[in-house]
Write a protein that binds this ligand. Structure first.
Ligand code: FAD
Ligand code: NAI
Length: 475
């Protein structure tokens, strides 16, 4: 007889492994299936985030930032660093170690919480007697069953039609994170989150980077005052960003890649690069699931259709994370995973989609929560705005990193904070206070009246709140 579980989770990325752990904490007998293999063919739970996403990209961003600091910023502190060299193999090995620590950490957490882990591909077989049969195709093949199923199969890089990834010359995020040498010339298609983070890594290490973006606007989803400030900083650093291009034929030759495109002026251009990263968004992973076997509904793009509570069209089948609608972010996947486990237990799991923070880990970092000025304008909402530049913040000056600002938007009559947008040092950490404030429906005056440590970057958030009421103290 097949092993029976209360909850079977397919996928052990941040959505799936967190759902499995929370369900186990709530007393369910839980299985989690994941097919990701490490270099030795063993299990590597953690999904895109751990293996080829959040974690390795942040490891490389850190290494490359140290390199840039040693080369360009130590001198102003009176530190002489000559002959600074980057050992790419060592940098990649460190990144792999960080990834493995996270893979192992998840296996440990499964053991600690008594989640049964299966290494292999999970697919639906049939719905039978109030449960779902799921085939696990790994080294061996077996069938298990679950009263509830949580699908958390994540996403993969979108392929530009006619230009498949070879991960040698034409790279997805996977290949972009394991180039064995710094390319002299690196091309990127898409100036989204991956384009900017990966472009930053390899530029800092010495590549000449050109980013080709289809849209005429830089970071269209970001508050445009913040996006403009970031664009200025990236261009100053040496990133070449071409907006409004139309990419044509891409030819991979022995020596590299040739990209034909039409620029914003309508001119035909040919760009020769050693490597090309294509980062034009991601698509849901549903092809291996055998969704048809049970009639699981997918939308026209292959994502699983869910309601606001992550319920699919099938009873007791749930889906979370990148495989469903909403932002493709690890913390959004985790929140959905927790909420689903709690709903299965009859509790009132909750995700507030209005307060999901976004962070782009470039230098300067970009982070925001809530609505942009453009969104408020188009919704016809009356708002007040306050900004404070890091140039006027003592801690930022001491750090030697004064690029950017904090911008706070609040309702014109109630003063409730509607959005906070930051470009500058440690924006990734500063945004947490703003998320808390918005969760508690704070007013800008609440932040303005809270004591913030001095000297700290967080004083810029307080000053932006004061600026909403036109009473900044330090600018
Ligand atoms: P995934 O992490 O994709 O995990 C899905 C898992 O399911 C995978 O292990 C997959 O192998 C497995 N799977 C798929 N199908 C099956 C099947 N049939 N059977 C068994 N297993 C299966 N987000 C952030 O919030 N912050 C960041 O800094 C960040 N950086 C990123 C950097 C890069 C380069 C990329 C590509 C993404 C980044 N993201 C970041 C996005 C983040 O990685 C995703 O939003 C997150 O991983 C989604 O989690 P998930 O659990 O839905 O899916
Ligand atoms: P993205 O959606 O962020 O950006 C894709 C960009 O490519 C867009 O600007 C789009 O206009 C452009 N584009 C699309 N088709 C094009 C074409 N044919 N020619 C030229 N440009 C084209 O997608 P990206 O960068 O691939 O990242 C995928 C997702 O992964 C992100 O949206 C985000 O959800 C997640 N991610 C999150 C990170 C973080 O939180 N720090 C880091 C990296 C990824």
């Amino acid at each position: 007889m097949s092993q029976q579980f209360d909850v079977v989770v397919i996928g052990a990325g941040p959505g799936g492994y967190i759902a499995a752990i929370r369900a186990a904490q709530l007393g369910f007998n839980v299985a989690c299936i994941d097919e990701w293999k490490n270099a030795a063919g063993g299990p590597a739970p953690g999904g895109t985030c751990t293996n080829v996403g959040c974690i390795p990209s942040k490891a490389l961003l850190q290494s490359s930032e140290h390199f840039e600091h040693a080369n360009h910023h130590f001198a102003e502190h009176g530190i002489t660093a000559t002959g600074v060299k980057m050992d790419i193999a060592k940098m990649l090995a460190r990144k792999d170690t960080v990834v493995k620590q996270n893979n192992d950490g998840i296996l440990y957490l499964f053991k600690k919480n008594k989640v049964t882990f299966f290494h292999g591909r999970g697919s639906f077989v049939a719905a039978k007697e109030g449960a779902y049969e799921i085939k696990v195709a790994g080294k061996a093949e077996e069938t298990i069953s679950g009263k509830h199923v949580v699908v958390a199969t994540g996403s993969s890089a979108r392929v530009l039609p006619g230009t498949p990834f070879d991960e040698d010359n034409i790279l997805s995020n996977d290949g972009a994170l394991r180039m064995g040498a710094v390319p002299k010339k690196l091309g990127l298609i898409g100036s989204g989150v991956i384009g900017l983070e990966m472009g930053s890594v390899w530029r800092r290490l010495g590549a000449e980077v050109t980013v080709l973006e289809g849209l005429p606007t830089f970071l269209g989803a970001v508050d445009q005052q913040i996006a403009k400030e970031a664009h200025k900083a990236f261009v100053k650093q040496g990133l070449k960003i071409e907006l409004g291009v139309k990419v044509g034929e891409i030819k991979s030759v022995k020596k590299g890649v040739t990209v034909a495109y039409t620029n914003a002026k309508g001119e035909a251009v040919s760009l020769d690069v050693d490597k090309l990263i294509i980062s034009i968004g991601r698509v849901a992973n549903t092809t291996g699931l055998a969704a048809d076997a049970v009639g699981l509904q997918l939308d026209e793009r292959g994502a699983i259709v869910v309601d606001a509570d992550c319920k699919t069209n099938l009873p007791n089948v749930w889906a979370v994370g990148d495989v469903v609608r909403g932002p493709m972010l690890a913390h959004k996947a985790e929140e959905e995973g927790v909420a689903v486990a709690e709903r299965i237990a009859g509790q009132h799991g909750h995700v507030n989609f209005n307060t999901i923070p976004w962070v782009i880990y470039t230098n300067p970092e970009i982070a925001w929560v809530g609505q942009t000025e453009e969104q408020l304008k188009s919704a016809g909402r009356a708002y007040k705005s306050g900004t404070f530049p890091f140039m006027a913040n003592g801690r930022a000056r001491a750090l030697g990193d004064t690029t950017g600002m904090v911008k706070m938007l609040a309702d014109a009559s109630t003063d409730e904070i509607l959005g906070v947008h930051i470009v500058g040092p440690m924006a990734s950490e500063l945004i947490a206070e703003c998320v808390v404030a918005m969760e508690f429906r704070a007013s800008s005056e609440d932040i303005a009246r809270i004591c913030h440590a001095h000297p700290s970057l967080s004083e810029a958030t307080k000053e932006a709140a004061l600026a909403v009421d036109k009473r900044t103290l330090n600018f």
